[in-house]
Design a protein around this ligand. Structure first.
Ligand code: NAP
Length: 246
């Protein structure tokens, strides 16, 4: 049996990096996409190879159609792409919608929604042609919470990701392609510092996460790996919430 070959967007850091390492140890070869942090991508790729997997790193902005096509084309030397983890995401600064700039709104929609659509489209074309494949979209608990005062625009893109997951799963089910999502709660990654509050996970743990702690990147990676695996062969169109009860 050939090894699964999975494209992970935003694989250089955070949840994407943990997912790459987990998938490598579960027997996947990887195409690791990243936006700009070449050093982080190289470090994650080294950990992936240490786990026995083959890996190519590709600098590709998922909001660019041309970059997405190049990302998937880069898989060719490793074989046929069998999986996609749509993970690259951004929030912009924390705050109320009234204070957000149009540039931030556009960027969040471009990366979190258009980027996911472009990657899903390419995966759908390739996977349906072969009659098999699996896509996991990294959504967010924000999709149902709405995130008032923090980033309702981001929450809206994640709700769209959930709709994309349900619709595409129905479209591609007859082609043998499964489409699912994982919705993390508050996970300790660099994303919170990037949005302006590095203490956000600790604050959320103290005030609103029922399990009383933030999640860890490897806890999301485990859910993603299960959804990609043959053990989840009958799961499609589901949004698996991994949020400590949030
Ligand atoms: P992170 O630590 O900030 O990492 C973001 C990753 O995405 C990096 O690898 C970055 O690449 C890449 N990236 C950003 N913009 C990109 C673009 N336009 N094209 C390609 N790659 C891009 O984020 P994270 O916390 O791991 O979040 C990963 C996913 O989980 C996101 O979809 C996020 O919405 C979702 N999520 C996170 C949390 C949380 O609490 N952390 C909760 C719910 C959902 P570089 O390294 O090159 O910059």
């Amino acid at each position: 049996m050939s090894r699964p070959l999975t494209v992970v967007t935003g694989g250089s850091r955070g949840i994407g990096a943990a997912t790459c390492v987990r998938l490598a140890s579960d027997g996947h070869d990887l195409v690791l996409g990243y936006a700009s942090d070449e050093g982080a991508a190289a470090r994650t790729a080294a950990a992936v190879r240490e786990a026995g997997a083959r890996c190519v790193t590709v600098r590709a902005d998922t909001s660019s159609e041309e970059d997405v096509e190049r990302l998937f084309d880069s898989a060719a030397p490793l074989g046929r792409v069998t999986g996609l983890v749509n993970n690259a995401g951004v929030t912009g600064p924390l705050g109320r919608l009234a204070d957000a700039s149009a540039d931030v709104l556009r960027r969040v929609v471009d990366v979190n929604l258009l980027g996911y659509l472009l990657c899903c489209r390419r995966a759908a074309r390739d996977m349906a042609a072969h009659g098999s494949g699996s896509i996991v979209n990294v959504s967010s608990a924000a999709a149902t919470l709405g995130s008032p005062g923090e980033y309702v625009h981001y929450a809206a893109t994640k709700a769209a990701v959930d709709a994309l997951t349900v619709g595409l799963s129905k479209e591609l089910g007859p082609d043998g392609v499964r489409v699912n999502a994982v919705a993390p709660g508050v996970i300790e990654t660099g994303m919170h510092a990037a949005m302006g509050d590095p203490d956000r996970p600790a604050k959320a743990a103290a005030t609103r996460i029922p399990l009383g702690r933030p999640g860890q990147d490897f806890e999301i990676a485990a859910a993603v790996s299960w959804l990609l695996s043959p053990e989840a062969a009958y799961a499609t169109g589901t949004v698996l919430r991994v949020s400590g009860g949030l």
